[in-house]
Design a protein around this ligand. Structure first.
Ligand SMILES: *[C@@H]1O[C@H](CO)[C@@H](O)[C@H](O)[C@H]1NC(C)=O
Ligand SMILES: *[C@@H]1O[C@H](CO)[C@@H](O)[C@H](O)[C@H]1NC(C)=O
Length: 407
């Protein structure tokens, strides 16, 4: 099971949440100030592109056309990244092109963290060698940064190395981006099918402060038609896990039913929102909490009391001291729902999805898709996302648009 929400920050965010649950300070001035440089930047880039085109025509031997193709291609648009669903919706990864000429790495897109990293060709550990390693010497657009970087996730995995920058491209959207080149990674990554992570969180939780995220850079460059990334993560149970995608810069209304409910982000770091209630078959469990929508975490992880209430309604479930909450695997045929209310609307997680993985001990028990242990900051991971389409909207007042997934 993967938990990508940063472990050290989970504590920091909790502490902050207690002191000030929602940052309600009005920010009219900063909004205003923000829009001016954006407009100016746009003009600057536009002129820059025109200048490069002129220079390239006059001095073809400089190879400018090739080196700056990422600028030329950056008219506001959208990009599809097809996903591979690993195991029983354990994680979802997609191709990302880095450098010139492009080297393709497989990355796990993660709203629970903000760094983009993958192994460096200089890393010779077993874990690194099991993956595609990026060779910066073979990229004409690579720039050294030199700063060290290190990250630790909630499942105790970690990685570290040095920062650099290069052209990063997803679904045809290209920007110059600071990347972490891992020279060390923990053993958990040795067996993972993806090469690294692609953080979609806010820059406030970048492991090196001041680094801008891919979304920051793509939005500032005017590369996205809309400042959003939309996650469609279907499940093995519902459709074989086929056709998943991240859509940068647009929303695909064929991927959900009804209309999107936009839930305001309460704190920029993770994609954090207020969960107004949890319910079982529409019956309130009387709990409310801050929570994060985290594409990089496999399960839904709530507070202990809620986990207990939910499983108390599923006969045959139990809290195993070594494994956590178990449910009878027969709930696969249940029609009941757990739901989480946000922005005044309840979003379902079918109890059938709680039969996450057979314990394989002949007991007929399954490891539950909802676990406890996250009092104060619930994590709505893939067990939630495979039932609900989510649009991560990074406007000046960010929000998450949510609607039931269309299978
Ligand atoms: C990902 O990249 C690899 C290597 O370039 C390629 O073989 C594969 O078809 C790509 N997969 C998708 C889904 O684009
Ligand atoms: C659970 O949700 C599904 C989808 O919205 C619905 O069809 C079903 O009737 C719900 N089950 C119950 C017991 O309310």
């Amino acid at each position: 099971m993967k938990i990508t929400a940063l472990v050290s920050l989970a504590v920091a965010v909790l502490a902050f949440t207690e002191a000030s649950p929602i940052d309600r300070r009005p920010r009219p001035d900063s909004n205003k100030g923000h829009s001016v440089p954006l407009t100016r930047n746009k003009n600057y880039k536009h002129n820059g592109r025109a200048q490069i085109a002129k220079l390239a025509a006059r001095y073809p031997q400089l190879g400018l056309e090739e080196r700056f193709s990422h600028l030329r291609n950056n008219a506001a648009s959208s990009g599809h990244v097809p996903l591979t669903d690993v195991g029983n919706d354990l994680e979802y990864y997609g191709n990302v092109s880095v450098g010139t000429p492009a080297q393709v790495v497989k990355l796990d897109f993660d709203t629970g963290s903000s760094d983009i990293w993958f192994p460096s060709s200089t890393c010779t550990t077993t874990a690194c060698k099991a993956h595609t390693r990026f060779n910066s010497a073979k990229s004409s657009t690579f720039q050294n940064d030199g700063r060290r970087w290190t990250i630790s996730y909630g499942d105790s995995s970690s990685a570290s190395g040095t920062l650099g920058s290069d052209i990063v491209s997803v679904g045809g959207i290209s920007v110059r981006q600071t990347i972490g080149l891992a020279t060390k990674e923990s053993s958990q990554f040795g067996s993972s099918p993806e090469d690294g992570l692609f953080g979609l969180g806010f820059n406030t939780i970048e492991s090196v402060s001041g680094v801008k995220t891919f979304l920051d850079n793509a939005i500032a460059a005017g590369a996205l038609a809309q400042p959003v990334v939309s996650a469609y993560l279907p499940s093995v149970r519902r459709n074989g896990g086929v056709g998943g995608e991240y859509l940068f810069g647009a929303i695909d209304s064929t991927k959900y039913t009804g209309s999107l409910t936009y839930v305001p982000v309460t704190q920029k770091g993770y994609w954090q929102v207020l969960i107004q209630d949890a319910a079982f078959n529409g019956q309130s469990l009387g709990q409310t909490s801050q929570g994060i929508v985290d594409t990089g975490t496999t399960l839904v992880i709530v507070g202990d009391a809620v986990a207990k209430s939910i499983h108390g309604k599923i006969s045959g479930s139990k809290n195993d001291p070594n494994n956590g909450w178990l449910v009878p695997c027969s709930v696969k045929s249940s029609t009941a729902n757990v739901s989480f209310k946000m922005g005044g609307v309840s979003f379902n997680v079918p109890v059938a999805d709680l039969a996450y993985e057979d314990m394989g001990d002949g007991s007929g028990n399954c490891f539950s898709g909802i676990q406890g242990g996250q009092d104060g900051l619930w994590i709505l991971g893939d067990v939630f996302l495979k039932n609900n389409y989510c649009v991560f909207s990074q406007t000046s007042s960010p929000s998450i648009g949510i609607a039931p997934l269309n299978y």
